[in-house]
Design a protein around this ligand. Structure first.
Ligand SMILES: [Fe+2]
Ligand SMILES: [Fe+2]
Length: 274
């Protein structure tokens, strides 16, 4: 059996509303990443589908839940290669509208140039350019919240909160390289050390984390699904995650003059293969 046949996991299901996680589609040298599909009534949204490494396996894996031709929306939390670099293929082969920050909606067309004039149509007419303060996206019988998460790590960063499944899709926030199936619950205490290095370098600052925690603490969250690594589940683990974020120095907090010196070290250049 093709191992990809096992890669989809339904992580939330109630009549008319499903959340499906794809966690093992990246092969080769790419960093592990998760993709999520939410289907609600006639509506569907694919979160952070990634690039060429995931395009074909993801198309195959999700076809059991939704034919590509009926994909309604694609959400790009930010502009990274593991988030949206296969945008051209998605726009050409599905009718989906792309939801992304207003900071990136004018840059993403750089990924689509070779497809313009074919089935894609005018790119700006297939984009929802989200303002900095986010918004409420009509979806199924209800809505999805598009939350501001700027500088976590991208300057124009958004997250999705699904009130039906009580899931916050946190993008790179909460990312870790722990090997665990998405259905498994881990103690946050065991995950923290695997998150620290990434957060210290990739997240803008502790102040941003504090502002973000203040915002999301009013939401009813049962699960936090990052784009890399396992989910953070349950009230105690989520509170421990928030407490850790509030006090964790990150990004520019940790930068000093020593990080801004004219370099002396020679970079090694691979020798060209004949
Ligand atoms: Fe990223
Ligand atoms: Fe990422």
């Amino acid at each position: 059996m093709d191992p990809k046949e096992n890669s989809a996991q339904i992580v939330f299901s109630r009549p008319g509303h499903k959340v499906i996680a794809f966690t093992d589609l990246v092969a080769g040298e790419g960093v592990q990443s998760n993709q999520f599909l939410i289907v609600s009534g006639q509506d569907s949204i694919l979160l952070d589908p990634g690039g060429d490494l995931t395009y074909i396996p993801l198309t195959m894996a999700m076809s059991r839940y939704l034919p590509g031709k009926s994909l309604g929306m694609i959400f790009a939390s930010h502009q990274d290669p593991d988030i949206i670099s296969a945008l051209g293929r998605w726009m050409m082969n599905t009718p989906a509208t792309v939801v992304t920050s207003r900071l990136w909606s004018r840059f993403l067309p750089h990924l689509v140039s070779q497809y313009v004039g074919k089935q894609v149509g005018k790119i700006s007419q297939r984009m929802i350019s989200v303002p900095d303060h986010g918004g409420r996206l009509p979806f199924g019988e209800g809505e999805l919240l598009v939350l501001p998460a700027h500088f976590m790590h991208s300057v124009g960063n958004l997250q999705i909160y699904d009130p039906q499944s009580k899931t916050l899709f946190s993008g790179d926030l909460g990312a870790s390289m722990v090997e665990a199936p998405p259905g498994q619950t881990m103690d946050f205490a065991d995950m923290k050390s695997h998150m620290q290095g990434f957060h210290r370098r990739y997240i803008g600052s502790r102040r941003i984390l504090e502002l973000w925690v203040n915002m999301v603490q009013v939401l009813d969250i049962e699960t936090i699904m990052p784009q890399h690594g396992p989910a953070i589940r349950g009230a105690d683990n989520i509170q421990a995650f928030f407490d850790w974020l509030r006090q964790e120095p990150c990004g520019i907090d940790l930068m000093g003059q020593e990080h801004y010196q004219v370099p002396q070290e020679k970079l090694s250049v691979p020798t060209t293969q004949a």
